[in-house]
Design a protein around this ligand. Structure first.
Ligand SMILES: *Cc1c(COP(=O)(O)O)cnc(C)c1O
Length: 388
């Protein structure tokens, strides 16, 4: 189930695939949208006589399958698997590639939940890990050991927006017989397609840009390797971290506008980054689209645009940063990212509080914004007013 080789060679553009891949009109009713198949089980035509291969909704569901087909197509992969959260997908990927005694190289600024799962859970089962900066291919190569089975990266990273060279890191992984998983949550497939750059697996928290409306939690794994996909499918069914059909429907509905949204997120983030750069109270602006960003050239090579996340450092330390976060009116003070509405947060006290004292600790005067798709001028004015 779930193989759509035509995804690899379809001539259709991204926005066409977002709206149509896996989403043909319903053959019985003509419904233009994929129905929400709210069913746990399926009638069989005689014992083992499955219609369309569906037998139980942990194993497979038509709404979920439409989402999986669409995600595979968007990432230019052959197979997609949807999970109940990004962490559910992360857990399935780690369990597929790592056994007791194996080793994984992770970014030294990995998503906190990914680091926590590896450091607190997988370590108990004899899996070891080494952090390396995602920006430094030589450091990643030096971290690889004979027992390294997996290199795990994110790019851009959270919240410092570091950029890793996906093609170069894929070569390092493959030289040593390891696999490369790319967490593509921050870029989304509209801006970056890691499988085309040599990655073995793409992971998403579809909670963020893919769903895009802050109304559903989900995750996904996409690959073109049949055996790897079969292992993901085994864990999807065997461990059971699957999304319900309504979650799958909401995510599919979000995907239809993914390209449009990412264009507007990128437009607005560029405006915000430029305005912040000119503000006297802002000491540093971190946005891969700025030429001052150390990863700009690599980002320009592998991303179509630079996305909606901007981080910046204000004068006056932690207290000043907290004040700015409290003063915006349009930017809502909240964790998460990637929705249509703009959000602001203080990583040191919020999303990254658990990293205090560790190598993942973030600067206390750092602010992160998820720039939404409201009117760009309003967003700039809101931030400038909050800065005073
Ligand atoms: C949010 C996030 C995750 C985890 O996804 P959930 O859907 O929250 O479980 C993983 N990676 C990145 C980069 C994220 O931003």
């Amino acid at each position: 189930m779930g193989e759509y080789p035509s995804n690899m060679s379809t001539p259709y553009g991204f926005a066409t695939r977002a709206i149509h891949a896996g989403q043909d009109p319903d053959p019985t009713t003509g419904a233009v949208n994929v129905p929400i198949y709210a069913t746990s089980t399926y009638a069989q035509d005689g014992v083992g006589g499955l219609r369309e291969g569906f037998e139980y909704s942990r194993t497979g569901n038509p709404t979920r399958r439409a989402l999986e087909t669409c995600l595979a197509s968007l990432e230019r992969g052959r197979y997609g698997r949807a999970f109940s959260s990004g962490m559910g997908a992360t857990d399935a990927a780690l369990r597929t590639f790592l056994k007791p005694g194996d080793h994984v190289v992770i970014p030294n600024d990995a998503y906190g939940g990914t680091f926590r799962l590896i450091d607190k859970v997988f370590s108990q089962w004899g899996v070891t890990h080494s952090p390396a900066p995602v920006t430094d291919v030589d450091a990643i190569r030096a971290a690889v050991r004979p027992e390294t089975k997996l290199i795990w990266i994110e790019t851009p990273t959270n919240p410092l927006l570091n950029i890793g060279d996906i093609a170069a890191i894929a070569s390092v992984a493959h030289e040593s017989g390891a696999k490369l998983v790319v967490d593509n949550t921050f870029a989304s497939p509209a801006l970056q397609t890691p499988l085309e750059l040599g990655a073995d697996v793409v992971l998403h928290s579809t909670t963020k840009y893919v769903g895009g409306h802050s109304d559903v939690v989900g995750g996904a794994l996409i690959t073109s390797d049949e055996e790897v996909d079969a292992a993901f499918g085994f864990l999807q069914n065997g461990a059971g971290a699957v999304p319900g059909p309504f979650d799958a429907y909401l995510t599919l509905r979000g995907i239809k506008t993914l390209e449009l949204r990412m264009e507007k997120h990128s437009d607005n983030a560029e405006l915000v980054a430029e305005a912040l750069t000119r503000h006297p109270r802002v000491k540093k602006v971190i946005y891969p689209g700025l030429e001052s960003h150390p990863g700009h050239a690599v980002a320009a090579k592998q991303m179509r645009r630079f996305g909606g996340m901007v981080s910046f450092v204000v004068d006056g330390g932690e207290e000043a940063a907290l004040e700015v976060c409290a003063r915006t009116k349009l930017f809502t003070l909240a964790e998460s990212l990637g929705g249509v509405e703009s959000l602001i947060e203080h990583p040191g006290r919020m999303t990254h509080a658990s990293t205090a004292g560790s190598m993942l600790e973030v600067p206390a005067d750092l602010i992160r914004v998820s720039v939404g798709i409201e009117s760009g001028d309003d967003l700039v004015a809101d931030l400038l007013a909050a800065l005073g």
